[in-house]
Ligand binder design. Structure first.
Ligand code: GLU
Length: 271
């Protein structure tokens, strides 16, 4: 029989704007983070966060029915290369190294790397004060790479997820967690951590978030880029900031919202 999709409305009035013509929605797997409050969080069967809102917006625009899959930092390229997900919205920084394996639509947000420490710690005030300290970050993240460049010889433990780092920080097994300020603000504001953790507030990198895509699918890149542009120009981007990052008091830094790059454009030496 035919696939019974309850939401199918004749004429496709859901604002798709694409060339798909209002047919049945395509079921797709979408990678997000599951443990980053404010960005990508799974609680039971409920998903929330800024990235989740964009993932859902893209799905609506492209006439997809998304099923969310956890995309931990070190697995993102593999998930895309093996076709296990159609796209990833997961605090995923656009980098030249990653562009060898995957494509990106975006940027849709600009974050910066910072440090999360225990609230009563006055000894860490920035990357200059990490000598003799134990630091935590996540495998496969730009955060782990950046901090080792910035502070050669830093004592860094790399875990699989940021929540494991938060646990280690609270248990005093490490002295700081380093990753994007967006993610850190979410942890500091979590009820379970409130008053126990603080963000240092000295960012030391620029993280351009993109939607991760399989390499070479220019048509998909174009559709996702169109969706991002519409998300920003319609005011939904700002709404998603207020809803998801407002509660932690996080304010997007300079350059936000960014202008997504053209698909297939190589960001070469001529800037
Ligand atoms: N944005 C950085 C990255 O893509 C850190 C956050 C993350 O691991 O998701 O590596």
């Amino acid at each position: 029989g035919l696939a019974a999709c309850g939401s199918g409305t004749p004429g496709g009035s859901s604002g798709g704007g694409g060339a798909t013509g209002g047919g049945a929605a395509e079921a797709v797997k979408v990678g997000i983070k599951f443990d980053q409050p404010g960005m990508g969080l799974k609680e039971g069967s409920t998903y929330s966060g800024f990235d989740v809102d964009l993932a859902n917006y893209i799905a609506k625009e492209l006439n997809y029915t998304p099923t969310f899959v956890e995309a931990v930092s070190s697995q993102r390229e593999t998930l895309l290369k093996t076709g296990q997900v159609k796209y990833i919205v997961g605090t995923y920084s656009i980098t030249d190294a990653r562009k060898k394996d995957v494509d990106f639509a975006g940027p849709y947000f600009i974050a910066g790397q910072d440090l999360l420490i225990r609230a009563d710690d006055t000894s860490i005030t920035g990357t200059d004060s990490l000598a003799g300290k134990k630091l935590c970050s996540v495998k496969g993240s730009t955060s782990a790479v950046n901090v080792q460049k910035k502070v050669p010889g830093v004592n860094l433990q790399e875990y699989n997820t940021y929540t494991l780092c938060v646990d280690a920080l609270k248990a005093k097994n490490v002295d700081a967690l380093t990753t994007d300020n967006t993610i850190l603000a979410g942890y500091a504001a979590q009820p379970a951590n409130k008053g126990q953790l603080k963000v240092v507030g000295q960012t030391f990198s620029t993280e351009n978030y993109g939607v991760g895509l399989p390499k070479g699918d220019t048509a998909l890149c174009q559709k996702v880029t169109d969706a991002i542009n519409k998300w920003i120009s319609s005011g939904e981007w700002q709404k998603a900031v207020d809803k998801n990052l407002g509660p932690s008091g996080f304010k997007p830094g300079a350059g936000n919202p960014p202008k997504p790059a053209a698909c297939g454009a190589s960001s070469g030496a001529t800037g």
